[in-house]
Design a protein around this ligand. Structure first.
Ligand code: F0G
Length: 430
């Protein structure tokens, strides 16, 4: 068990308090040598834990703790019952995308409404393991909401840095409500992250962004829970939105570990979907470049993925290569319409999550995904995270970079006087 640098290959004891490689600055993996014989008994153990009331067993992350051996003492886990999210069939979304069937793994059902809770429970346990008292993150919103909540449960002091005016109202409200010191910085996510990455260790703040390998350790269990829900039968595709690229990196690692352990017999293909105005990974792969060129001033109404310099890109590229994966981009109009369709399925999600369905539709049209493929999309955030976006779309006032987004599936509010005849007239026309 150690840290392994994915750049230069150096390794370090897992007890070190480091986020990146001290030698080359590369990204670190938490690397384990699992005993292969364990796999079959683990499936049974994980199933049995579903009957347990013990806090670590109720966690949809630490229920799979054999895959998280960095934490020997599960009493350090401050859980809100994260994970345990549903896998939902969505026939109307499938027909919209032109595919026989699509299922959504909805991470918006988490305690703070996004997939960040899966990673945060693990990284906050790690902060406690190291004896850190002050935790920090830079966020497009969901990480800050999640960190604020988990820090509160764990008795740590949270400081969040958010780009001013760039994060959805629901997320900002959560950070305040859960009691985080919330700093609105005049700058974009990428700029602020660079500043805070340097500053945090100097001020004794433990950084809980996804550059922290333990965030990804927690997030990889999203795939474990998913495979269990699929009775360990591997789908053809897992589709996920891409911002800072932590999630796809975590999914890829989790899937490879499960394959190496014999928990699954092959890897699904990973598809990362970016917003057109914030698609540096798409550009890099499309141009077959050796490294990622950041997008300056990224643009998208899906503020969760408004990121031009994703820190985890080397890990994301590794996982796309390992899984024969792909990266695609979608437009603002495609995201908005796909989101409305997911809403009409009774499921709903925030804008960034809807990039998945928009991406599937595009990849079906281009023949890269086939109509008969078994496709699972990960919806990353809850519909109520960004109510302003919803109200603008349905009142046909949503603008992206000054251009009006068509309200293709708009559902207009209808104001009426408290008058019987007026009510009757409207209802009779329904
Ligand atoms: N979807 C949602 C709802 C998100 O909040 C994020 C990232 C992503 C997708 C992209 O995931 O970064 O792992 O590729 N939000 C971060 C935050 C950056 O600060 O909340 P990624």
């Amino acid at each position: 068990m150690n840290f392994t640098c994915i750049g230069c290959g150096a390794s370090y004891p897992l007890s070190d308090n480091i986020h990146t490689c001290p030698k080359c600055g590369g990204l670190l993996d938490a690397a384990y040598s699992f005993a292969p014989s364990d796999a079959s008994t683990w499936k049974q153990l994980w199933r049995e834990r579903r009957m347990s009331q013990a806090p670590a067993d109720r966690s949809g992350v630490f229920r799979f703790r054999e895959l998280l051996p960095f934490l020997a003492d599960v009493s350090l886990v401050a859980t809100l019952g994260e994970g345990n999210t549903p896998l939902l069939d969505a026939p109307a979304a499938a027909s919209y995308a032109g595919i026989d069937r699509v299922r959504f793994k909805h991470q918006g059902f988490n305690p703070t409404g996004s997939f960040k809770d899966n990673g945060m429970v693990a990284a906050v346990a790690r902060a406690r393991q190291l004896g850190m008292k002050l935790v920090a993150c830079v966020s497009t919103g969901n990480t800050s909401a999640s960190m604020a909540a988990y820090a509160a449960v764990a008795g740590l002091r949270p400081v969040v840095f958010v780009p001013r005016g760039e994060i959805a109202l629901g997320k900002l409200a959560q950070a305040l409500e859960y009691g985080a010191t919330t700093l609105q910085v005049e700058g974009d996510f990428d700029t602020i992250l660079k500043l805070v990455f340097d500053l945090a260790p100097k001020l004794g703040m433990y950084l809980l962004n996804s550059i922290n390998p333990f965030r990804l350790e927690g997030q990889k269990t999203i795939m474990v829970e998913l495979m269990e829900q699929c009775a360990w039968r591997v789908p053809d595709w897992i589709v996920v939105p891409g911002g800072n690229l932590g999630n796809v990196s975590a999914f890829g690692k989790g899937l490879r570990e499960m394959r190496d352990l014999g928990l699954i017999d092959r890897l699904p293909r990973l598809a990362v979907i970016q917003a057109e105005g914030a698609a540096p990974l798409y550009r890099m792969l499309h141009e077959a470049a050796a490294s990622l060129t950041p997008v300056n001033h990224p643009q998208t109404l899906a503020t969760a993925i408004k990121i031009g310099a994703p820190v985890s890109w080397p890990k994301a590229v590794r996982e796309l290569r390992a899984s024969n994966g792909i990266c695609e981009y979608v437009t603002e109009q495609e995201i908005a319409d796909a989101k409305a369709i997911i809403g009409r399925c009774g499921i709903g999600c925030e804008p960034a999550s809807a990039a998945t369905l928009a991406g599937i539709r595009k990849l079906i049209a281009s023949g890269q995904i086939h109509a008969g493929d078994d496709v699972i999309a990960v919806l990353t955030g809850h519909v109520l995270k960004d109510p302003e976006y919803i109200m603008s779309y349905h009142s046909e006032k949503l603008h992206a970079s000054g251009v009006l987004i068509a309200g293709t599936f708009a559902n207009q509010l209808r104001p009426l006087p408290a008058d019987l005849a007026a009510l009757r007239e409207v209802l009779e026309k329904m």
